[in-house]
Ligand binder design. Sequence first.
Ligand code: FAD
Length: 416
Amino acid sequence: MSDTYCNVAIVGAGPAGIGAAAALGEAGIKDVVVFDREAQAGGIPRHIHHPTFGLLVFKRPMSGPRFIEKIIARCKDVRFELETSITGIEPAGVLAAASCKGSRTIHARHIILATGAREKPRHPRLVSGLRPQGIMTTGALQKFIYGEKLSPFKRPIIVGTELVSFSALATLRAGGAKALAMIESNSRISAYRPAMGFGALMGTPVHLNSQLVDIGGRDKVEFVTIKGPDGTKNIACDGVIFSGDFVGETALMQSSHLEMGIKSRLPLVDNRWLSSDNKTSVIGNCVHPADMGDQCYLEGLEAGRNIGQILTNKVDNTSGEFVAISHDPGIKFLTPGAVRITLGQPQKTDIRLHVRAPFWGKINVVQNGKVVYSKRHRCQPARRITLHNVDLSGIEQTQQNSPTVQTLPQIEVKLV
Ligand SMILES: Cc1cc2nc3c(=O)[nH]c(=O)nc-3n(C[C@H](O)[C@H](O)[C@H](O)COP(=O)(O)OP(=O)(O)OC[C@H]3O[C@@H](n4cnc5c(N)ncnc54)[C@H](O)[C@@H]3O)c2cc1C
């Protein structure tokens, strides 16, 4: 096994990884290498041809491939090593890599993990039935229709009503197919309400308060059984698209030394995207499954700028104690999931979160038993809620006679 060396090794050439690479190049950091297991850089947006990218970054809508082309053009002095899978992370900036040329160890001054997210496939959704052809996620559908120019079915149903579910409607239309129904277990759609108008325009009804209970058909999908407010019924169809319900691509982190959220099972990072190992950052949808491509790119830029400053000794925000923020089981995950605390130094941060089920009520942040943030929020599972400027600087001071003893805080986010 050979050894190679670089300044920064980025794992994942999606919008987040490309953003970090661009910022590092701008900061004058040489020898930045972006690794991706695919033969082409760009991550998920390579397969999305409708104009849902670019608004935040370029102030105009564009397709995924065009967005990728434009952000890659901003990467100076960056090397892309494609068809290379990263198979392990170790402390002190060490990665294990494998490609058709063999395996090797990569040593970097800093590692950035940007491995993305994917939709939950059928298996973990526990839907009964046989394994006929014609069951896939939106991501796979987009590869078929935009990548291979193939239409796997003509009249499928879509499970889920997130933004990506409506993106599946648009993809089907591009492939000459039409969804017969969308199925949502909650009493309203997960995407913002105007998306319903798009569904109506496409002639696809949404079944609310409904669940997919069975998929029928031996070789090909022939029907689905759904259970809703009017009882159980079959809908004849030729495919099922499981959309949304994103999970982070975290296999690499799960088997590493990096600290993971106990409930979220996602890598914990502080508000500068540094993980529990201060030589490793984690960014993009593997930390918060799943935000839009533009947001992930901007986040990559932010993380890259910070690492550029650390590597050129302009700032040092890598020290301090890494303290995980615990949370209510009704919260799916928080970003940041941790704070780096140096006793006596002020600490204010925004906390973004996603809930598991619709919730309308107070969200409290409690530090050592004291409420430091409290505000009512209306939350939907697919939406990001931001708690602005949460003040975590009040470190507990326990006076036992004297001298004063300072202790690290215990921080918890609660749904009240
Ligand atoms: C089906 C679908 C539709 C979407 N539609 C839209 C949309 O219309 N508009 C929008 O703004 N956003 C959309 N998104 C979200 C958008 O794709 C993401 O915001 C964006 O791609 C996330 O960027 P990322 O860099 O975090 O991850 P990704 O784009 O997922 O990139 C991760 C990269 O990491 C690589 N990788 C992972 N593990 C390894 C490893 N071990 N070794 C080497 N390489 C590895 C992968 O090959 C991949 O290229 C969609 C997402 C999905 C899944």
